[in-house]
Design a protein. Sequence first.
Length: 329
Amino acid sequence: MDNKRSTQVNQAMQPLLSPKIETGSGRKSSLWRRLLVQRHLQTMALLGVVWMIIFNYIPMYGLIISFKDYNIVKSIAEAPWVGLTHFREFMDDEDLVNVIKNTLGISLIKLLIGFPLPIIFALFLNEVRSLRYKKTIQTISYLPHFLSWVVLGGILATWLADVGIVNNILLSLHLIDQPITYLAEPSYFWTIIISSDIWKELGWSAIIYLAAISGVSPEMYEAATIDGAGRFQKMWFVTLPAIKSTISILFILAVSGVLNSNFDQILVLRNSLNDSASNVIDYYIYYTGIVSNRFSYSAAVTLIKAVIALILLLIANQVSKKINDTSLF
């Protein structure tokens, strides 16, 4: 009986001692089984992939006009090859220095000021205890994001006109002696662009940080309270370290987009009088490509911009990986 019982125990334990190794055909059948179970989710994901291929990858074929002398009358295949002519022409353009200066100046100041402000706003908004007051602040701060720059540009142009509300307030406070047409002065353009962009996107940008903060364990705050930490100490030693990875990811994306100067905003607020301060690379591409019909040249400039953005993304990703052990890939 003992031998028989021992044999039965060994047979029962055999699958655990010698697990079954899944063969290639077994893995394939398991994959197809999962796809069948998740067919609805996979279908929705497939639609997104198809959309991305059609609108993001197939149009990349058009980048070859950067190396051709493309004319809208002929097809891309018929256009003659010119090699790096358009790239050299851009490097020799007399407007290059001004375009780069305006692009980097506006974008870097936005990054320096506009990136930390949503984090600070989210930290302080998280400390508001009144739910009704908190929702009111959120609604007011989010609202400008849902207005297009066409609408906001018209509002800003009215406010900043020589008979606008800004001049009326400053004149009544005796801070200026005569009205200033702000959008006609290049010296004011960067300030207008940066401050209006922060005003429009501050509340919306804080959403991701508020979502990350909501995932912080309450036990960490309770432990900090027991240790005698105040509100500011909790923000610095508990909340900020907990959302460090979120901040790192968004910073990497912000660095990669440093050459983007919010084309819609620039196009609405610029004019011939502030051209020396508003001629950024996005507007330069639009003007040379659409207005001047130099499609190959503007495509070459766009390709240069894309390559630089990729390099900045890789550098920021690598630095973040070494410093914070957080990266996109």
